[in-house]
Design a protein. Structure first.
Length: 183
């Protein structure tokens, strides 16, 4: 009888542990709009090619800083402790004229009411054809977010399953190495 009780107790503990682990590891998407209507303008100049720097609310105390200069956009991630991580999309993806997508996708985990971002996916539209600037290549850029580091881990080229592929990379990005500019 004691053995059955012990087996039952161990089984119950295992089930509860697996249930808690499954609850913790459930990853969801939360979105941040990157349009200047939803972001606070920090500084801008409209003369010449102009430049812009704006701050957008993120999740879990994180913020995104959108930058534009010489008709090229990029995004930086600001941690809750105010540390800034420049993603340098023009150096990593394309140095052609560029723009960001309308929103950024945060991949997050939730524990109770606490939301913790683990990755960021940003659409980066680049004009890479010097003969015809209207031809745009739309990449998805995946960046990991850890306690000590935020950096680009994957650049997903256009394709039928581009969004699903980017989410898969994002959800497993914590242990991936950072890409160097030009990779």
């Amino acid at each position: 009888m004691k053995i059955k009780s012990l087996i039952y107790s161990v089984s119950l503990i295992l089930l509860l542990t697996v249930g808690v682990f499954a609850q913790k590891s459930k990853i969801k998407s939360v979105y941040t709009k990157l349009d200047d209507k939803f972001c606070k303008t920090l500084e801008s100049q409209t003369e010449g090619t102009g430049w812009y720097r704006g701050e957008c609310k993120g999740v879990g105390g994180y913020k995104l800083q959108v930058t534009e200069g010489d008709l090229r956009q990029s995004v930086d991630v600001i941690m809750p402790n105010k540390s800034k991580y420049e993603l340098d999309l023009t150096g990593h993806v394309s140095n052609g004229f560029s723009s960001l997508g309308a929103k950024a996708e945060w991949r997050v985990t939730r524990k109770g009411k606490t939301v913790t971002p683990i990755a960021l996916i940003v659409r980066f539209n680049a004009s890479e054809n010097p003969e015809d600037s209207s031809i745009i290549t739309s990449y998805l850029v995946v960046s990991k977010i850890t306690k000590n580091q935020i950096c680009i881990t994957n650049i997903v080229k256009p394709g039928a399953k581009q969004n699903e592929e980017a989410r898969k990379f994002a959800d497993s990005s914590a242990d991936k190495p950072c890409q160097s500019a030009g990779d």
